[in-house]
Design a protein around this ligand. Structure first.
Ligand SMILES: Cc1ncc(COP(=O)(O)O)c(C=O)c1O
Length: 373
């Protein structure tokens, strides 16, 4: 039985991407690569819905936090880090390590970051230069209302820096219309590629901020990246296979239609949540803010996530994931982003439901305590 790979990243590779990964190398300073890279960046801009710039690096998503900070800010700058999960926490930690003056907006995990909370925090901290936000908190399965937060941040005048690692390519993202200045993602999520490519988009206010930034930088320098991208190149040897794969994935999304891809994720998110509810399990994300790329739910009372995941894998070949940080053994997370359709999700839901029923039967059959005899 093939594994139904339902991690919230990395995600399954479509045949087109696998084929692209097998392509031969080409000279990365030659005309073929130039045409290829220019066209790839053009498609990426289209899918980020921006007239700004898109750049890429051989890196994973985590590098995006650092790339954003060292290019847009200066040591000691005040930033507002919105934290409602483990990735928001990491973003805040990176900001602290790089010497920013981090003001935190902490929201209980499982809840969304709300525009009014951001407005209030910016009123309390008017000197904030940038808001650091995770669009889709993969650790809790919560999607933050990016569009409305964007409007609040624009009103204030701070930069809006967005980690869209588990959102871009699956959830609606209107970079220019929503006033996002910098947004980054990793290839291994909704982009349907192996891990290893960092993709970042930069808008005009991002470039103004870059001109003022005082951080030293080399590999992550977006100015160098832009200069070379204008000639269809990258400052260092590009990760050719990762770029071939990304290009194949971009073409697949364009062929399906971006709105259709967003719609497919919306449908699969709804279907998964319904399946989890029908299995008698409690979703973790606050209602109305559940992610359409990853569903987090609690295992049955008294059962560890590890046990539930083990049974799903062992008996049904469904590979899902546990929670993160203090929720590691308290949440099961099922990914439904990228190259995924209804049959795989029905199969995964059937596994969740069968394992939940099994565990309930076992709990009922367990001997009662002697007091009750
Ligand atoms: C929202 C979010 N940000 C950042 C990361 C870190 O990305 P990577 O593991 O590719 O470094 C992840 C990974 O799951 C993520 O989901």
């Amino acid at each position: 039985m093939p594994v139904n790979f339902r991690l919230p990243g990395p995600t399954p590779l479509p045949p087109q991407v696998k084929e692209a990964l097998g392509r031969d190398m080409i000279p990365h300073r030659g005309p073929e690569f130039r045409a290829f890279y220019e066209q790839t960046l053009r498609l990426a801009r289209e899918l980020h819905r921006t007239d700004g710039d898109v750049l890429t690096w051989a890196a994973t998503g985590s590098a995006g936090w650092e790339v954003a900070i060292v290019n847009l800010l200066s040591p000691g700058d005040a930033v507002l880090a919105a934290v409602n999960g483990d990735f928001g926490e990491r973003f805040a930690r990176v900001a602290g390590r790089l010497g920013l003056d981090v003001r935190r907006l902490d929201v209980p995990w499982g809840m969304p970051v709300l525009p009014d909370q951001v407005r209030a925090a910016l009123t309390d901290h008017p000197d904030v230069k940038a808001v650091l936000l995770v669009h889709n908190e993969t650790s809790t399965g919560v999607t933050n209302p990016l569009q409305h937060i964007g409007a609040v941040v624009r009103d204030h005048g701070a930069l809006l820096v967005v980690d869209a690692v588990s959102a871009a390519g699956a959830l609606p993202l209107e970079m220019d219309d929503w006033g996002i200045d910098f947004v980054f993602s990793g290839s291994q999520k909704a982009w349907m590629c192996p891990p290893g490519l960092l993709i970042a988009a930069i808008g005009p206010r991002g470039w103004d901020a870059y001109a003022r930034s005082e951080y030293p930088r080399f590999f992550w320098d977006i100015g160098e990246g832009k200069k070379m991208a204008e000639q269809g190149m990258t400052p260092t040897t590009p990760p050719l296979s990762a770029l071939y794969a990304y290009r194949a994935a971009l073409e697949m999304i364009v062929a399906e239609g971006l709105q259709n891809v967003w719609g497919r994720h919306r449908r699969l998110g709804g279907l998964t949540r319904e399946g989890v509810r029908a299995a008698g399990l409690a979703g973790f994300a606050h209602e109305g803010y559940e992610s359409d790329t990853v569903t987090a739910f609690r295992p049955p009372e008294g059962v560890s996530a590890r046990e539930m995941l083990h049974r799903m894998r062992d008996q049904f070949c469904v590979e899902a994931q546990g929670g993160q940080a203090h929720l590691a053994d308290h949440l099961v997370r099922i990914g439904h982003m990228g190259w995924v359709h209804e049959p795989e999700m029905q199969e995964a839901i059937a596994a969740v439901s069968a394992v939940a029923a099994q565990l309930a039967d076992e709990a009922n059959a367990a001997p009662r305590s002697t007091d009750e005899v």
